[in-house]
Ligand binder design. Structure first.
Ligand SMILES: *Cc1c(COP(=O)(O)O)cnc(C)c1O
Length: 466
């Protein structure tokens, strides 16, 4: 399997290089040159498989040139054994034909564990083989940092430096990052905001001379292809559990950077019968505005009760635009260069095609809280604010009540106690047993000035072989 850039100019790469590369050299994102396709008969034969075994069936075609089958199987067994539920991604029923798939049973209680637990193991495997080392550098305002740290804590060939804005992330989120012990884990609290952190990361990727040529930076943000790949699996899992592939399914996906829902679109292209995909956004609704009016336009960032979906542009959307333009990299390049300067539209027939593939909705904070309360009152089931947006969008956009509607439950409610309180419920979401002592654990982080040379100096001094 080869991977090509959405902007058409960077060289095609194999899986190993795609794993280690962030953006393509032409500024594009990597996608598979072609997708595997599974027949209904083949998918049907996967019914009842344990999650890790299903993951192997769905993902092996993407990695087969780089990893022998037995090694990949072993890696997947390890990856999904750290989840706290036997089914890994259990389904919870809310109503007739209405479900939530709980993707928050991993170590950091958000769906990002599905991909980052695997990514850490993939990186270490490939780096061991190549006798290489990388420094992961990332900025986080919440979930990604902790999931990346948990995913890399046992890596021999990876040091990870995560920047977060000092005193501007929630205590649960900070503690989930800073209480993980390991010589290769480095938390930096920057005396600035999230944008400052992101700017420093970007600048450092642009010029890595501060590392003295002895190691290189790697990215684990959601544009990494391996993350998308890992997220395809649970669409198959949910479908098979509810009678697929002999009936089609609908999915509603709380969306920020368009990674998770893009994985659903790929599952469909790989042969899984999916009759509806709902893009569920908060007030940061660039995707919903595009789907409703064919205008892709950046607005000011709004801070919402669902912070993991607070984005201005949606980076993985480029991967869909590539398909909508018949995989014409030059067209995508021109479009996105214009989009950086102002609003853009695409040809009407292409936009109509996008509307056939996806429905969309934007849900504000008040409606998010109403949904948390309604579902709790009806089901005694507590939704986190991101999942609540998915459930609300599912109910608003549903086309066929005979088709099971599955909302992806992206985070555990205990990660977002403020939204639960704001919904007027007196119930307090409890952290699961394996995290119950989070507030007693020892924290480790370094506070640095909002200054890129200071941060780079710190990294140069503290990675393993520095
Ligand atoms: C990251 C995240 C999302 C958004 O996922 P994308 O793949 O960026 O669309 C939604 N909910 C939670 C809880 C998240 O952490």
């Amino acid at each position: 399997m080869r991977y090509i850039s959405t902007r058409g100019e960077a060289p095609a790469l194999g899986f190993e290089d795609v794993l280690l590369t962030g953006l393509a050299t032409d500024g594009g994102l990597y996608v598979p040159e072609s997708l595997p396709h599974f027949s209904l008969e083949e998918i049907r034969s996967w019914r009842g498989l344990p999650y890790a075994e299903l993951a192997y069936k769905v993902m092996y075609p993407f990695v087969e040139d780089a990893i022998p089958a037995d090694d990949f199987r072993k890696m997947l067994d390890e990856t999904y054994s750290v989840f706290s539920h036997q089914a890994v991604a259990p389904l919870v029923q809310l109503d007739t034909n209405e479900w939530v798939m709980e993707l928050f049973r991993g170590p950091t209680l958000a769906f990002k564990d599905f991909a980052l637990q695997l990514l850490g193991r993939l990186l270490d495997y490939v780096l061991e083989k190549r006798n290489q080392h990388v420094v992961i550098m990332g900025a986080t305002s919440g979930d990604t940092g902790s999931a990346a740290i948990e995913g890399c804590r046992r890596c021999e060939h990876v040091d990870i430096f995560i920047l977060h804005p000092h005193q501007r992330v929630s205590e649960v989120q900070r503690r989930q990052m800073t209480t993980v012990q390991g010589d290769n884990i480095h938390n930096i609290a920057v005396k600035g905001n999230f944008d400052d952190c992101q700017r420093m990361v970007k600048e450092s990727f642009g010029n890595q001379s501060f590392l003295g040529g002895k190691t290189q930076l790697a990215a684990v943000n959601s544009i990494n292809w391996a993350r998308i790949m890992a997220q395809i699996v649970y669409y198959f899992q949910a479908s098979l559990a509810l009678g697929g592939p002999d009936r089609s399914m609908a999915f509603s996906v709380p969306t920020g950077n368009f990674g998770d829902i893009f994985a659903g679109y790929l599952a469909k292209k790989m042969g899984l019968p999916i009759s509806q995909l709902v893009i569920a956004t908060n007030r940061n609704d660039i995707l919903h505005r595009f789907m409703s009016g064919n205008k892709y336009e950046q607005h000011q960032l709004e801070h919402t009760l669902s912070p993991s979906m607070d984005i201005m542009v949606s980076s993985n959307f480029e991967r869909l635009l590539f398909d909508l333009h018949g995989r014409d990299g030059a067209a995508v390049k021109a479009l996105l260069e214009n989009a950086a300067k102002g609003p853009v539209s695409i040809e009407d027939y292409r936009w109509k095609h996008a509307r056939k593939l996806f429905d969309s909705d934007a849900v504000d904070d008040k409606t998010t809280c109403d949904t948390i309360r309604d579902v709790y009152e009806q089901n005694e089931y507590l939704l986190d604010p991101h999942t609540a947006i998915g459930v609300r969008a599912a109910r608003n956009c549903r086309r066929d009540s005979a088709v099971p509607m599955i909302t992806l439950g992206t985070a555990h409610p205990a990660k977002f106690p403020d939204a639960i309180a704001e919904s007027g419920l007196s119930v307090k979401p409890q952290l699961p047993a394996h995290m119950a002592d989070l507030f007693e654990r020892e924290e480790r982080y370094t506070v640095l000035d909002n200054n890129v040379s200071e941060v780079q100096g710190f990294i140069a001094k503290h990675w393993k072989n520095a």
